[in-house]
Design a protein around this ligand. Structure first.
Ligand SMILES: Nc1ncnc2c1ncn2[C@@H]1O[C@H](COP(=O)(O)OP(=O)(O)OP(=O)(O)O)[C@@H](O)[C@H]1O
Ligand SMILES: Cc1cn([C@H]2C[C@H](O)[C@@H](COP(=O)(O)O)O2)c(=O)[nH]c1=O
Length: 217
């Protein structure tokens, strides 16, 4: 078997368990001798664009948070600032795990505009981030699929446990999360940008089996 590739993106709803999966998968891959790097988007605290996103999601900043295209450009600029780092990590590690990437922008922008995955904004995100910004194309997406209610409950419990982590405007919008789940399913079904592997985030992920698949073992 051949490895699925070095650049592996984890996608899913807010609170789905992406960060937890990234940590568990890092351990499982490392146990097999693979070198692993992790990067999460937005890069809060590391890029001015990500920090503007955070402020907008928590405080609105006039009508910035309401501007779907304006917010999407900020997320994209944050990623463009990381493009060289991603390439360098890809050159020096067996697997680079990206916790959210370009598909997050496509899914959330489409959901906010009530479009589906064949709508105009999904094409625009591709055009901006892949064609114009030249961001590295991922090799695979892992869609951590959980029902929106389950993701919301997990996010709520996390906010109770982690006092420094307030829930943001997207996280608490149940309608947005439901529409976003539907767009993710469509992106996965169409193989948008790279192949998608759909994981059942409720039944639990077999990390060892997943690590083997990623490494082509
Ligand atoms: N399989 C699971 N079963 C139950 N709880 C889980 C599971 N995976 C993660 N959690 C818990 O759910 C909460 C959210 O998980 P996590 O922070 O990994 O989600 P996330 O998808 O990275 O969220 P966000 O996109 O909002 O940052 C955490 O408190 C975590 O411990
Ligand atoms: C990277 C990225 C994220 N989003 C959305 C998804 C979340 O609701 C928020 C913040 O992400 P976090 O995982 O809760 O830290 O932003 C987006 O719309 N576009 C993107 O590119």
């Amino acid at each position: 078997m051949t490895p699925v590739g070095r650049l592996v993106v984890i996608e899913g709803l807010d609170g789905a368990g992406k960060r937890t999966l990234a940590d568990g998968l890092t351990d499982a891959l490392s146990a097999k001798g693979a070198s692993v790097a992790k990067l999460a988007f937005p890069r809060y605290g590391k890029s001015v664009h990500a920090d503007l996103v955070k402020e907008a999601l928590h405080r609105g900043h006039g009508d910035l948070a309401d501007s779907v295209y304006g917010m999407a450009v900020l997320y994209a600029l944050d990623r463009r600032g990381a493009a060289e780092d991603i390439r360098a990590l890809r050159d020096t590690h067996d697997v680079v795990l990206l916790d959210r990437y370009v598909a997050s922008n496509a899914a959330y922008a489409a959901a906010r505009l009530r479009q589906d995955a064949s709508g105009e904004v999904v094409k625009w995100v591709w055009e901006l981030e892949v064609a114009r910004f030249g961001l590295p194309r991922p090799d695979a997406h892992l869609l951590l699929r959980v029902a929106p209610a389950v993701a919301a409950e997990r996010a709520e419990r996390r906010a109770e446990a982690e006092t420094d982590r307030e829930r943001d405007a997207f996280e608490t919008d149940d309608g947005l999360q439901r529409r976003c789940a539907a767009v993710y399913d469509e992106l996965a079904a169409s193989g948008w940008l790279a192949p998608w592997y759909v994981l059942d985030g409720v039944a639990g992920v077999d990390l060892e089996a997943l690590a083997k698949t990623l490494l082509g073992q």
